[in-house]
Design a protein around this ligand. Structure first.
Ligand code: GLC
Ligand code: CA
Length: 550
């Protein structure tokens, strides 16, 4: 089937189902809730939804530990509610993307239960090893979530590898039967009508043969022996050739520690179509080092370098996925913007990425300007990564770090209104609602023309109406500035100039050579702009403007 690359025209929205909207009052978000918000999504201008995992799961990693790949969890509404959502989206011209989590399963998956008991053909579905002759672990790799990467199984009397939580054993993708299972899963959902997959840590699926010790990486020990491993391309090509090829679907790879050069090995459009877009992490590291848990001061220059690197390196060869938030990171206003100038900085951040070249993703609540949740004790965090993170720190320092770094900050329930529990549930919410819902909620913003929500709607509509945003070239100006991010997009017919101030301080902006502000049309701004007389102005806090030459 022809690969039409329809996703290039789209804007996507990520739903993290547990916290989106509870439709039956049990305190857990579900697909009945999603059904009620399809018109909301459409009114935002969304073309597709990516669902974080909806499958049956014991919930050791909020659904990223899957116990059955071919069903929908009963608490989310089961298959019936899923079909209703799929139809509802398709009827409105929106697509649906599933999360495919096949680096690992839940330890409660029947494959693992049989593998522990050496029941064929499941014996080698996972990565089992005996202890070393001296009794030590099979190698020195670290788990990314808890302790070392090996857990002992009493039944089988061997260790199994888990790069994530103990309850997330890694699949042995070198086993052709496991790859056949993956292909069955892909086919099952595609035949049901889904439009593609976001593939969870898919760059981890091929481990270096022999699983050697890692003597180099100080943190995340082992990662150099399983990230972009020796057979990852072979496996992705197999999935493409045997299944994906027969459907006009999109594939998105989550790829920790990927450079643009490396990304092109997966997404090069003249290549094998292994993957269409990548979720890279470099733009999320402007205030941290590799992970949110090693903080450093926010640097706009670092952010701009990452933005521009990806814009230029992939240009004409691959396609970028653009995002500032997802379920794995704290809220962006609390990081790169300012809670004090919440609405203004939220609008500026939207502009900073929505007019780049690529397909933007918006994470639930981002369009409302939701901010980090800050509990009064480390014990109130639910997430397995957060609960195990930085146990070395004293309690008060640890709490301060979690406030800043925990992905639970972005997993509190959606703030729909100022009704009890933010209108998320009529029951007891599974997770704390951020107390700022009385001020920050969708209902208040829908009717306010100056709201962040309406700004997102406007920006998305604008993006879609302008060919230059889809296909124009990208050029950055004032690269050395630590306060302004300025870029232009250009086709033969149109030129767009995007100005973003990342500071509350006034900065004098001079239009770059070749741009005359009075001759351009102001398309979007987050402050009222009077008549422009010259090509220079002094910015307001977190000011943004988008100008067009036609
Ligand atoms: C990915 C997911 C994250 C999950 C991890 C393990 O990074 O986005 O939420 O915890 O993989 O599946
Ligand atoms: Ca529910």
């Amino acid at each position: 089937m022809q690969h039409t690359r329809w996703y290039k025209d789209g804007v996507f929205y990520q739903i993290w189902p547990r916290s989106f909207l509870d439709g039956n009052g049990d305190g857990i978000g579900d697909l009945w809730g999603v059904c009620k918000k399809l018109d909301y999504l459409q009114s935002l201008g969304i073309d597709g939804v990516w669902f974080s995992p909806l499958y049956p799961s014991p919930g050791a990693d909020c659904g990223y530990d899957i116990a059955d790949y071919m069903d929908i969890a009963p608490e989310y509404g089961g298959m019936e509610a899923f079909r209703a959502v799929l139809d509802g989206l398709h009827r409105r011209g929106m697509r649906l993307i599933m999360d495919l989590v096949v680096n690992h399963t839940s330890d409660e998956h029947v494959w693992f239960q049989k593998s522990r008991r050496r029941i064929e053909p499941y014996t080698d579905y996972y990565i089992w090893r005996p202890a070393k002759p001296d009794g030590s672990l099979p190698n020195n790799w670290d788990s990314l979530f808890e302790g070392k990467a090996w857990a002992w199984d009493d039944l089988r009397q061997e260790y199994y590898l888990h790069l994530f939580a103990v309850k997330q054993p890694d699949l042995n993708m070198d086993n052709p039967r496991v790859r056949t299972e993956v292909k069955k899963i892909l086919k099952f959902w595609l035949d049901l009508g889904v439009d593609g997959f976001r593939e969870d840590v898919i760059t981890f699926i091929s481990k270096k043969p022999g699983l050697p010790d890692d003597r180099l990486s100080p943190a995340s020990r082992g990662i150099r022996h399983y990230n972009h491993g020796p057979r990852v391309h072979e496996y992705l090509q197999e999935f493409r050739r045997d299944v994906l090829e027969n459907y006009d679907c999109v594939t998105i790879a989550e790829a920790p520690l990927v450079s643009p050069g490396r990304a092109l090995e997966y997404v090069r459009e003249s290549g094998m179509n292994e993957i269409d877009m990548m979720i890279q992490f470099q733009t999320m590291c402007a205030d941290c080092l590799f992970t949110d848990y090693i903080p450093r001061p926010f640097s706009l220059r670092r952010l701009k370098r990452a933005f521009t690197r990806w814009q230029t390196a992939l240009d004409g060869q691959g396609w970028n996925l653009l995002y500032l938030e997802n379920h794995d990171h704290p809220r962006i206003i609390s990081r790169y913007g300012s809670e004090q100038y919440r609405v203004q900085s939220g609008k500026m951040l939207a502009v900073s990425y929505l007019f780049q070249k690529g397909t933007p993703f918006i994470y639930q609540g981002q369009e409302l300007g939701m901010t980090n949740w800050r509990p009064d004790s480390c014990e109130r965090y639910e997430d397995v990564q957060t609960r195990n993170a930085r146990r070395d720190l004293p309690e008060d320092k640890r709490l301060a770090l979690l406030h800043r770094a925990s992905r639970d900050s972005a997993r509190t329930p959606m703030q729909w209104s100022d009704a009890p529990n933010a209108g998320f549930t009529s029951g007891t919410p599974w997770f704390t609602v951020n107390p700022n819902y009385r001020e920050i909620n969708a209902a208040a913003q829908i009717s306010d023309p100056g709201s962040l929500l309406n700004f997102y709607r406007q920006a998305i509509a604008l993006r879609k109406s302008l060919a230059v945003v889809r296909c124009g070239s990208y050029r950055e100006y004032f690269r050395a500035s630590a306060r302004l991010y300025v870029y232009a997009r250009e086709t033969r017919e149109q030129r767009l100039l995007v100005i973003c101030s990342f500071t509350e301080k006034p900065v004098r902006f001079h239009a770059p050579a070749g741009f005359s502000l009075p001759d351009m049309k102001l398309l979007l701004s987050n402050y009222p702009v009077g008549r422009v007389t010259g090509s220079s102005f002094v910015t307001q806090p977190y000011e943004t403007r988008v100008y067009l030459y036609e």
